[in-house]
Design a protein around this ligand. Structure first.
Ligand SMILES: Cc1cc2nc3c(=O)[nH]c(=O)nc-3n(C[C@H](O)[C@H](O)[C@H](O)COP(=O)(O)OP(=O)(O)OC[C@H]3O[C@@H](n4cnc5c(N)ncnc54)[C@H](O)[C@@H]3O)c2cc1C
Length: 395
């Protein structure tokens, strides 16, 4: 075991890490497959699970101790999300709070932090909505059209967001809007600002939320802003610098999503392995056939490799070192590994893979998302091509 004194303050030694993983596993055991299946059927929000994770302190892991959190690093946050997914659960209702909060932590004013962070840590308020994507701009974020116009003590918001997940279950939203138009001669990233918006005060006063039903239970929505007035002190950091603040959080987001994929991959490999040992066809366990065993072994190997990259990226992040290449690579490898594992698991289960009661089809649908959101595979490859390999920019 390593000497805890030699570790950076936010890092845990192996025994403490294992204790946290074990605590998450015990908590998740209270929320078995039946719980997630019922929610999936109803497209309902996992309120009891979110409350339990908050009470256990897992959701405040990145909030500094001074504000009521545990002040641990991204490596610990990644471990928590990995274990949630390895248990067959889903951390969609947890991860947004972890990475959106980074914007408040790094760029929020002392007043904003004092006002919100302790309440987020205690679970009194939820910060789980992140309004960036718009229907027309898509991945081209600098083309967003939602505007925030300063008028005296308020900003007036007009526009539309899409895929704003958990908006109906969150009190606060981190919102990206244009405070000045995209004009010639100006950098594309300039002129966008970030706001911390109290949705409880805004609903019905210019903010409308419309749920979108999707192939997985993700509580995602469309948001409409119609002359919504918000206090000027909702602005985070400096006006016009919002896109940079959001970009700052991207590496954390990619590492956390990768850790969920690693957890999913473990779950699929464990499920497939157990089934391949038990299921007897032609007088022998199906796993005795290399055509069944090898894809599972390959999925295991791919997951292990992606995990090394994910925790390497997390350690760099926690050490304050550049980690964009590693975070992007981790997200790419982990999302592909979890999808391979999902496909292999479904194939191993044969017809039973399609039956709800095994959870395989649910997890299969859930893990597919990560190659599209929060950032699609092509855009990760575009980052690596341009920024790591120095190839010409493609867009
Ligand atoms: C369930 C769900 C939840 C989400 N939650 C949130 C949320 O909470 N907040 C939020 O802001 N957003 C959220 N999103 C949005 C998500 O981040 C976007 O869907 C994702 O970034 C892709 O953007 P897009 O859908 O607009 O695809 P588009 O930008 O329209 O791209 C479509 C396809 O074309 C490819 N493509 C586009 N341009 C290029 C190019 N130059 N080179 C190569 N390929 C290219 C993309 O890779 C993609 O495969 C969510 C999405 C989903 C489905």
């Amino acid at each position: 075991m390593s000497d805890p004194a030699a570790l950076p303050p936010h890092r845990l030694d192996e025994a403490a890490s294992e204790q946290i993983r074990q605590a998450v596993r015990s908590l998740c055991a209270r929320f078995p497959g039946e719980y997630w299946r019922a929610l999936d059927r109803e497209r309902a929000y996992p309120t009891a699970f979110v409350e339990a994770m908050t009470e256990a302190g897992h959701l405040g892991v990145l909030i500094p101790e001074a504000f009521g959190g545990s002040g641990l690093g991204l490596t610990t946050a990644a471990m928590i999300l990995e274990e949630v997914h390895a248990c067959g659960a889903n951390a969609a209702a947890l991860h947004a709070q972890m990475y959106t909060m980074g914007t408040v932590l790094r760029h929020g004013s002392a007043e904003q932090k004092t006002q919100w962070l302790p309440k987020i840590a205690s679970g009194e308020v939820r910060l789980q909505a992140f309004g960036v994507t718009e229907p027309t701009a898509g991945t081209d974020t600098t083309s967003i059209r939602t505007t925030a116009t300063r008028k005296g003590d308020v900003y007036v918001i007009n526009g539309q967001k899409v895929w704003t997940s958990r908006a109906e279950h969150s009190d606060l939203m981190v919102l990206l809007a244009r405070t000045s138009p995209k004009t010639e001669g100006q950098k594309k990233a300039d002129g966008m600002s970030v706001f911390l918006l109290d949705m409880r005060l805004a609903l019905g006063k210019g903010l409308t939320i419309k749920p979108i039903r999707t192939m997985l239970n993700h509580a995602t929505t469309e948001i409409f802003f119609d002359n919504l007035e918000i206090p000027a002190d909702c602005l985070i950091g400096e006006e016009g610098k919002g896109f940079r603040y959001i970009l700052d959080g991207m590496n954390a987001e990619r590492i956390l999503i990768a850790s969920e994929c690693i957890g999913d991959g473990r779950w699929f490999v464990d499920k497939a392995t157990a089934y391949a040992k038990d299921r007897v066809v032609f007088g022998r366990p199906i796993g005795q056939n290399q055509g069944v065993a090898f894809p599972i072994a390959r999925a295991h190997a791919q997951g292990r490799a992606a995990k090394l990259m994910t925790y390497h990226a997390a350690e760099l992040y926690d050490a304050g070192k550049p980690c964009a290449e590693e975070a992007n690579t981790a997200k790419l490898l982990a999302s592909e590994a979890s999808w391979q594992a999902a496909d292999t698991c479904l194939q191993t289960f044969g017809g039973f893979g399609f039956a709800e009661e095994y959870d395989v089809e649910r997890k299969f649908r859930e893990t597919r998302l990560y190659q599209v959101a929060p950032i699609s595979t092509n855009l990760i490859l575009a980052y690596l091509s341009e920024h790591v390999l120095g190839l010409p920019r493609s867009y």
